[in-house]
Design a binder for this molecule. Sequence first.
Ligand code: ATP
Length: 309
Amino acid sequence: MDIVYSSTKENRNSDPEAVYERAYAKINLCLDVTGKRPDGYHDLRMIMQTVDLYDELEIRIGKKEAEQGKITLIMKELPEGADLGPVEKNLIWRAARLFLDEYHLKTSVIITLTKRIPVAAGLAGGSSDAAAAIRGLNRLLAIGASEEEMCALGVKIGADVPYCIRGGTMLAEGIGEVLSPLPNPPSCYLLLAKPPVDVSTGYVYDHLRLDDPSSHPDVDRCIEALVNQDLAKLASNLGNILETVTEKEYSVITVMKSLMKEAGAAGTLMSGSGPTVFGLFENIDNARYAKQLLEERGLSTRNFVTGFV
Ligand code: ATP
């Protein structure tokens, strides 16, 4: 078996016969839906951004001869009430199954997930876990698949998985799988805050109306702001058409955005189909103050002051 040492400092003393992958969360700096396809999928135009909040996957080869091809998934630090469903539906398990089948491998693997990204939050936690499983297995088993090959596998799990395999700042088009790199955003602090409400992505898309021109964000102006490294312009052009549905349903989102702005956020937005709200801050003390206010008022239960990756 190949022995793969982790590249990250904190993992250096861990099991040397394992690989470790970080599965980073994402936010959308801009999200527009440009149409609906006959197959029911939506055409999207969105700016994806990796943020410094991540799940960790440890992937090892199982040693028992009798368990060839078996995928064991162990969960750690699962937040209270988080439901990742039955193991065969878990996106990590599905990604690992797909990878082993694609390369005709009978290896059994043990994957341990440390879950930190809030579940069903609009932060692509599940897609990012699936992407990390594909990247990790590719390293552990020394398959040598290219990024393109991993993305082609990942899209079979979900439209966001190719982005999560690549990460960074990207314009995502098509159903989210057509990716073009963009400049990193100007430096700032980020407050991520998830209120304790459950949003169904299906419900949001089913109730979305595309015929009102004023609900569509200006993705091109957001791109210009990235190119010019202009934080004020970026902050004033953040936009997400899905807010028109989710925010109407959950007024806590509006309250959280106002509170972040009062505390000094340059701009605020809901990520994905929600309900996570983020604020961009020039000053970290303002971001921490906003987090404290959200917690004191019981508006959001999972809050992180962090930044972009
Ligand atoms: P997106 O931003 O891509 O819409 P999300 O952040 O809203 O995603 P996820 O946390 O990815 O949502 O979870 C979506 C669903 O996927 C949940 O219902 C969850 O049960 C299921 N799921 C399956 N596997 C995972 C996983 N490894 N991590 C999180 N959720 C998972």
